[in-house]
Design a binder for this molecule. Structure first.
Ligand SMILES: Cc1cc2nc3c(=O)[nH]c(=O)nc-3n(C[C@H](O)[C@H](O)[C@H](O)COP(=O)(O)OP(=O)(O)OC[C@H]3O[C@@H](n4cnc5c(N)ncnc54)[C@H](O)[C@@H]3O)c2cc1C
Length: 498
């Protein structure tokens, strides 16, 4: 047995120092940080799916790719060697390399669905119940520290609104998250409902083969055409600059560019709106109604800004293979969709690119000393832990920047906390409101003024809260948080140790 393989404690029970839920980009990153920082500690990574990659394993629709650049969506610790925008397959290959280079494969268990987690103060550990999705077997783990890297949505199915008349529609309805391998869209009339990153990815990929694709949206999204490969990366690679340097330089370039867009979205939203609209104009067909279709009512970046690599969506619109309809669905008919304007769009296939079904902490039932945890009454500690929940950390990425930037920061913070606990000779850390925080107003976890994407607004009632002061907030800006977290005082009285 190697040092990092779990030890069996009782029949049917395994004990590990740290249990990571999820083998997506967050869980694999967490495992890397743990392995490097604490080679002597035992851990496992449990995932309900049959392989690693999470999002990049689940999503198989044509063209599936990142929206962010991979210099920031990749880890800080492993250079990205490909184009800025990557396919799911390229991301999975990158994760394969991380697993191999860190010898992590023996620590990951697939088809292991975590169903409940029970903290026992008397035992000073978590009891974790797991169901094997392949055999139905029930497994029991104990762990000192639970690291939740479960992502934010249900992988089993996507979110599809319940439109009138769907049952009488004679064509095929598909959610991109559950893409059938054998879906034949060649020569078919396809309607894609939605205007986000998924619609923008899918449409150019299927427009080559389908007879016609209609992007049907209730309201517009901001799009930004970007080269697939950043010019600076081309230059640095041509100069044979070490990949580590190129990765870091490109990371900084993308972060700086992202910060500038975010700054403008708050300080000069009208100017930014004009910039985004004018960037699109020359790429769209003559006479295209940008204001109606691609100029949203919300402030730029109040919802995700969708990247269009090399303007591929606009190219599909220019050559007539794709059109956009901005209207509200009144009802499905036998042959398509009737809109509020009275217009009917005929379709052989309807693709509902309508987003995710947000799941809080992987639908796991939590108890602390036999009391069910009602997360809606709890407060986030730095967007990493939850008030009153001992020895548990979670990863939730940024809305406006790459998820992995935050996953890496959270990993560094958790490792610092684990080291701090060891130095203090304590084994339990619980975020606890100080007396001066007792009357703190409890605010929604995400401020709709700041960011109000559909999946966030639909699930606000499920989520924990944040306070009006540090460390009880969830920060959204990477550079600010980077400084804040590395300077965070772990003995400021907001973590109770025992
Ligand atoms: C198509 C698509 C493109 C995206 N592109 C970008 C992008 O370019 N940039 C960006 O920043 N974000 C993007 N996102 C958001 C993306 O989900 C995250 O950035 C990132 O991949 C999340 O990684 P994760 O590991 O935290 O979660 P996930 O990828 O969701 O992985 C979580 C894993 O946890 C497992 N799990 C959950 N609950 C349990 C349980 N109870 N028991 C066991 N296992 C469990 C799941 O099976 C899954 O494998 C995209 C999302 C999608 C769907």
């Amino acid at each position: 047995m190697t040092m990092t393989e779990p030890a069996a404690t009782a029949v049917g029970t395994e004990h590990v120092d740290v249990l990571i839920v999820g083998a997506g980009i967050s869980g694999i990153g967490a495992a890397h940080h743990l392995r490097c920082r604490f080679p002597e500690r035992t851990f496992v990574v449990l995932d309900a799916l049959e392989s690693h990659g999470g999002t990049w394993w689940t999503h198989r629709y044509p063209g599936v790719r990142s929206d962010s650049d991979l210099f920031t969506f990749g880890y800080g610790f492993k250079p990205w060697r490909g184009p800025s925008i990557a396919t799911a397959q390229e991301i999975l290959s990158y994760l394969d390399e991380v697993i191999d280079e860190n010898d992590l494969s023996g620590t990951i268990r697939y088809r292991h669905r975590v169903t409940s987690a029970h903290w026992s103060t008397a035992e000073r550990r978590w009891n974790v119940e797991v169901t094997r999705d392949d055999t139905g077997e029930q497994l029991h783990f104990t762990t000192d520290f639970l690291w939740m890297c479960q992502g934010y949505y249900r992988h089993r199915q996507g979110y599809t609104p319940d439109w009138p008349g769907m049952d009488r529609y004679q064509g095929v309805v598909v959610h991109p998250q559950e893409w059938p391998d054998d879906l034949d869209y060649a020569g078919k009339r396809v309607v894609v409902i939605g205007s986000g990153a998924t619609a923008a990815t899918l449409i150019p990929a299927i427009a080559q083969t389908a007879e016609h694709v209609t992007m049907l949206q209730r309201s517009p999204t901001f799009f930004l055409s970007r080269p697939k490969t950043h010019e600076l990366a081309v230059t640095l690679r041509a100069l044979d600059v070490p990949e580590e340097w190129t990765h870091e330089i490109l990371r900084r370039a993308h972060i700086a560019q992202g910060n500038e867009l975010t700054r403008m979205s708050f300080e000069a939203p009208d100017e930014l709106r004009k910039f985004l609209v004018e960037e699109m104009r020359p790429l769209l067909p003559e006479g295209f109604d940008i204001d109606k279709h691609f100029n949203p009512r919300y402030r730029p970046w109040q919802q995700r800004l969708a990247v269009v690599p090399e303007g591929d969506l606009f190219a599909a619109l220019r050559d007539g293979r794709t059109s956009v309809v901005t209207d509200t669905i009144e009802t499905f008919t036998e042959t398509g969709i009737r809109l509020a304007s009275g217009e009917e769009v005929e379709a052989d296939i309807v693709i509902t690119a309508t987003g995710f079904d947000l799941a809080l902490f992987g639908d796991i039932a939590f108890t602390v000393d036999d009391e069910p945890v009602d997360f809606t009454q709890r407060v986030t500690y730095r967007g990493i832990m939850i008030s009153g929940v001992p020895n548990m950390a979670y990863v939730f990425g940024y809305f406006r920047a790459s998820w992995t930037l935050r996953a890496d920061l959270v990993s560094e913070f958790v490792c610092r906390l684990l080291a701090h606990m060891a130095e203090k000779g304590t084994t339990v850390a619980v975020p606890t409101l100080r007396s001066e925080d007792a009357d703190m107003p409890l605010l929604p976890w995400a401020d709709p003024e700041n960011f109000n994407a559909g999946y966030v607004m639909r699930s606000m009632h499920l989520m924990f809260k944040q306070g009006d002061r540090e460390p009880w907030t969830h920060m959204h800006e990477y550079v600010e948080e980077c400084q804040m977290l590395s300077a965070a005082d772990l003995d400021d009285g907001t973590l109770a140790y025992s």
